[in-house]
Design a protein around this ligand. Structure first.
Ligand code: DAH
Length: 335
């Protein structure tokens, strides 16, 4: 019996090692270990043996079977490792490292500066309710201001937010007063696209609520930010504006960095680009956020981050920013 088992093992080994494909190995396996195999018939012959022989040969036969299975499995692993494409980490690849998107870069710069001024950075949902995007911001249904901010209304009754100003309400509800937050984020509008308009762009909202907050605080904050970020000689002008959620409201414009103020398609030939609208938070907005306007005042502003990136890097066409064109993005080699 011992010799027989040795023979079985030796010839099996030879047969197994000859195979180079998994399918062939599986055929050999079923021949060697299947129901009609020699080892199986030896195992079934055990039942006719005496108890002594059973004890003697039972374990021998079983061990041989296990050894056979071991051969098969080892050989299978060899075949698999040869057929797999392996990763050669000694090869020298020319990996092109990407860079941050220009809007991300300016967004980080503004939030870093605001953080130093004690602002907390928050974020809100891009899919928003009409209430947070409009109503709570003092823009009731049928208010003409909604015309300027047409957007994508979704089947579920929500909309894609037109402004990061929705964060004003979320933040007041969540944190109460006093408050100092900024909220960068993606915003959407149903716009006809041209060099200066896109359906998707980025804003950064800022809001401060405390006792005795004045227009001076707003102007100081916004002016310092613009100066720090653009780091170039731009003229800044302040003019009255209108927003339903601030009273009074302002527009802070910078002279267009692309044409140097002479007039070009990006600035609609005016020489100026609206960069930061803002104003003193309207009492209705404070109330909507659960804050008493007799006790607290506040200011808010909404940086156009996309515009800021365009002015900082002199990008003349807004559509380049969402184009995903690597040749364009490679120029901003800032990690
Ligand atoms: N959300 C306004 C817009 O997208 C911008 C804005 C204006 C934000 C005045 C403000 C603000 O916080 O006070 O046109």
């Amino acid at each position: 019996m011992e010799n027989k088992l040795k023979e079985i093992l030796a010839s099996a080994k030879e047969e197994i090692e000859k195979t180079t494909k998994e399918a062939d190995l599986m055929n050999v396996k079923s021949k060697l270990l299947g129901k009609t195999s020699e080892i199986s018939s030896l195992l079934s012959s055990l039942k006719d043996m005496s108890i002594e022989d059973k004890k003697k040969y039972g374990s021998l036969i079983n061990n041989t079977k296990k050894e056979l299975e071991g051969y098969v499995n080892n050989h299978l692993a060899k075949i698999e490792s040869k057929s797999n494409i392996t990763f050669d980490d000694t090869l020298d690849y020319d990996i092109k490292k990407g860079s941050l998107h220009p809007v991300t870069i300016v967004g980080r710069e503004v939030t870093d500066l605001l953080r130093k001024m004690g602002f907390t950075i928050v974020s809100g949902p891009e899919m928003e309710t009409e209430y947070y995007n409009f109503e709570a911001l003092n823009v009731p249904k049928n208010h003409p201001a909604r015309d300027m901010q047409d957007t994508y209304y979704l089947d579920n009754g929500m909309l894609l937010r037109t402004q990061t100003s929705d964060n004003q309400i979320h933040a007041m509800e969540r944190y109460g007063a006093p408050l100092r937050i900024c909220a960068p984020g993606r915003t959407f509008r149903n716009e006809d696209m041209d060099a200066g308009h896109e359906t998707t762009f980025f804003q950064l909202e800022g809001m401060v609520i405390d006792k005795n907050i004045s227009i001076e605080n707003l102007l100081y904050t916004v002016r310092s930010l613009v100066r720090e970020i653009l780091k170039q000689d731009v003229e800044v002008r302040l003019r009255p504006g209108f927003f339903p959620f601030t009273e009074p409201s302002f527009e802070m414009d910078v002279s267009c960095t692309i044409c140097g103020g002479k007039g070009c398609p990006t600035c609609k030939n005016s020489g100026w680009v609206e960069l930061v609208p803002g104003g003193m938070v309207h009492p209705n907005v404070l109330r909507a956020g659960g804050i008493d306007p007799d006790e607290y005042t506040g200011f808010a502003f909404g940086f156009g981050l996309t515009r800021l990136a365009m002015m900082k890097y002199k990008i003349s066409d807004i559509r380049l920013l969402n184009s995903g064109d690597v040749r364009f993005l490679e120029q901003f080699n800032i990690k």
